[in-house]
Design a protein around this ligand. Structure first.
Ligand SMILES: [Zn+2]
Ligand SMILES: [Zn+2]
Length: 414
């Protein structure tokens, strides 16, 4: 690591003191079974710089935050008999939580091209977008990821949908879900259900593959194509994914207009009208185990329909990462040192729906102005009710302290 320059050292002191003041005023009490976990901390610009830390209880942990004030704090997905022992094997793992993360960059959204910034180290050029090579010198660029309401909303929606799935499809205890905003790019769900805790890795992989619908086979769900006819289970008997897909069919057939059918399934007007005019027949037929097929191209239509159902209903989950027992994850209600935002513990789905990731986690800094100098191209962004930027290098500006802290910790201002 290159040594920090004077400005950066000054800013490390400055932001660390703000974080310290925050921890002095608040108690962090969101870590579940604290004495059975391994903790990891990070320094300025480095998410994990030290692992194998342990705390006997909440007070000891809060004492540490106030005295040492790390820039990042994470704790293990695993539960250990002896979390303080090293190496890993000696800790004696006896269980682990399930972890789900939805980050804004997990989704392929057009907004990324409006707020991500590429930088060329070679010629110092930068620009908006995801350019992988520099247009000037053709060297590979480095991309700085930013977020906006649009992509964080998508991450939030998926989190809400998954919580519903975990509770209602897998019957996991919703009181055991620890939902949080990561403090930067998305949302986390930690499932601490005591029924999940002792499951083997392969059982957890199976469970999570089921959630992600990774290897879902239409045939196994009762959707079978035989003698030019699609068959299905009746919505009365179906369960799990089959039931979800059938509900999806019912909803679309019930509510879509001819134009919507045409657009969504890329079919002609005539075919769309036949389907629209026969919606009652289609809905009825489902209960007799048929996907109604009295029109030209029905088999392809239904095949595309079923594929779209799965791709719309499944979850974009990295199975290996969800079941990785050696992972450590940010402790909710601690500061994310790459933004200064609070990685907020979110108690209920209602609270999550209302959560504003550019307002609610902004906890550092007072209502006073501060001068900063931009050192890296910065896209337009929002803090609380105001929109700021875009800014170019060498701009000197005076902004409210909470905005300055954000830009300093994002590494784009000094
Ligand atoms: Zn270049
Ligand atoms: Zn976005």
């Amino acid at each position: 690591m290159t040594p920090f320059d004077q400005n950066t050292i000054r800013n490390i002191y400055y932001t660390k003191n703000l974080i310290k003041d925050y921890y002095k005023a608040k108690d962090v009490s969101t870590a579940i079974d604290i004495s059975k976990r391994e903790f990891g901390i990070g320094t300025y610009g480095k998410k994990i710089s030290q692992r194998h830390l342990t705390f006997e209880n909440k007070d000891q942990f809060n004492d540490y935050l106030r005295k040492q004030t790390p820039f990042f704090v994470s704790y293990s997905v695993a539960y250990y008999k002896f979390p303080e022992k090293r190496p890993m094997e000696n800790k004696e793992i006896y269980g682990s939580d399930l972890i789900y993360e939805f980050d804004s960059d997990d989704f392929d959204l057009p907004c990324h091209n409006t707020h991500n910034i590429w930088h060329c180290k070679e010629c110092n050029l930068s620009g908006v977008g995801n350019n992988k090579t520099c247009p000037e010198c053709e060297k590979p660029t480095k991309i700085d990821e930013w977020t906006c309401d649009h992509c964080l909303n998508k991450a939030k929606k998926e989190t809400i949908r998954l919580v519903d799935f975990l509770e209602n499809e897998l019957n996991l205890d919703p009181n055991s879900f620890v939902i949080s905003f990561s403090g930067s790019k998305g949302y986390h769900i930690r499932v601490t259900d005591k029924n999940v805790l002792p499951l083997s890795k392969s059982a957890k992989i199976q469970l999570t593959s089921y959630v992600s619908a990774e290897d879902l086979k239409l045939k196994e769900l009762g959707f079978v194509y035989e003698n030019k006819q699609w068959y299905c289970s009746s919505p009365k008997q179906a369960y799990g994914w089959a039931k979800k897909i059938l509900s999806y069919i019912q909803e679309i057939i019930n509510s879509y207009t001819t134009e919507q059918l045409q657009e969504t399934f890329n079919i002609g007007k005539k075919k769309a009208r036949v389907i629209f005019e026969n919606k009652e027949v289609i809905l009825n037929n489902l209960y007799h185990n048929f996907l109604w097929s009295q029109f030209v191209g029905a088999s392809n239509f239904w095949k595309a329909f079923l594929e779209k159902a799965i791709s719309d209903l499944r979850f974009e989950i990295d199975v290996q990462s969800s079941v990785d027992v050696y992972k450590i994850m940010r402790v909710p209600d601690t500061i994310h040192g790459g933004t200064g935002f609070l990685s907020t513990y979110i108690k209920t789905i209602e609270e999550l729906k209302e959560y504003d990731p550019f307002k609610d986690p902004v906890v550092l800094g007072e209502k006073k102005y501060k001068k900063i100098k931009i050192i890296k191209q910065t896209p337009k962004f929002r803090i609380k009710e105001e929109t700021y930027g875009p800014y170019m290098p060498n701009e000197e500006i005076e902004l409210l302290e909470d905005v300055c802290v954000f830009l300093i910790l994002k590494g784009v201002a000094i």
